[in-house]
Ligand binder design. Structure first.
Ligand code: NAD
Length: 236
């Protein structure tokens, strides 16, 4: 793969699993023991903002007190970005900050970030390193209950789609890591990459729902197999 000049990597919940963050269970529809419809939709936030804020407060906490830290797979991607001499873009569906913690730069969080809040009125985005209550006043508009998690909920449009589309159209290697292939549009990126003539590689615990669309698959824990693949690719 020495002729590779441009890489796009897509990651999903599986890359953070070995750090202790639970993956999303598509089969029973539960995420961290909650129904997605109760905590991860705009309707849920309208209906019960207190429950939704509490859910994201709980997800934020382990990242802030170092209970959850980056693993070997996150570190391998940071190394790939550092040492690869072509274009590189890391796109993640994850809302955690473990890629950044490992040293990755300019990560596109297409489903938002748990360590950020957004004002419903102005769209302004704020860093958030503490619990949020519905009575908290927003920094920009001074109103209560205007702060929402900067998360793309089910039914909302993912972020950075133009940048991601441009990068995939111009890449010659697309790698998907730790994603089940059930959530679109991310699950369709492999077809965009193939259409652009890129080589495609899936790294996952087991075959994803879209495994047949990849040229090649490497199956195992990302923390075990990804560092080996990165070292082989870089020739280190
Ligand atoms: P998913 O939970 O649907 O799929 C995870 C995939 O990772 C599965 O195919 C599983 O087999 C694989 N996997 C599990 N452990 C692995 C490991 N150690 N190494 C490699 N692969 C492993 O996740 P998804 O495809 O990202 O989609 C679910 C949605 O839920 C996304 O929108 C995502 O934003 C959200 N989510 C995010 C987080 C997070 O931020 N860490 C956690 C859970 C869910």
């Amino acid at each position: 793969m020495n002729h590779v000049k441009s890489i796009v990597v897509l990651t999903g919940a599986g890359i953070s699993a070995e750090s202790g963050i639970k993956t999303f269970r598509a089969d029973d529809g539960l995420w961290e023991d909650h129904r997605v419809e109760d905590v991860a939709t705009p309707e849920a936030f309208e209906r019960d903002p207190r429950l939704v804020q509490k859910f994201y407060n709980q997800r934020r906490k382990p990242l802030l007190n170092d209970e959850v830290v980056a693993n070997a797979a996150h570190r391998a991607l940071a190394k790939l970005q550092r040492e690869f001499d072509g274009a590189f873009l890391l796109v993640t569906q994850n809302i955690d900050n473990l890629h950044e913690q490992a040293g990755s730069q300019s990560v596109l969080h297409m489903h938002g970030e748990i360590l950020k809040m957004r004002c419903k009125a102005t769209g302004d985005i704020f860093s958030c390193y503490n619990d949020i209550d519905v009575s908290d006043l927003c920094d920009c508009c001074g109103e209560a209950n205007n702060l929402r998690p900067h998360i793309v909920w089910f039914g909302e449009m993912p972020l950075y789609m133009n940048e991601i589309g441009d990068a995939i159209s111009g890449c010659d290697l697309f790698i998907s890591i730790g994603t089940s292939g059930n959530v679109y549009p991310a699950a369709g990126f492999v077809q965009m990459a193939k259409h652009a003539g890129a080589q495609t590689l899936e790294i996952n615990l087991d075959e994803s729902a879209v495994a047949a669309n990849f040229d090649r698959g490497i199956y195992g824990k990302a923390g075990d197999v990804l560092p080996v693949w990165v070292d082989g690719f870089l020739g280190t």
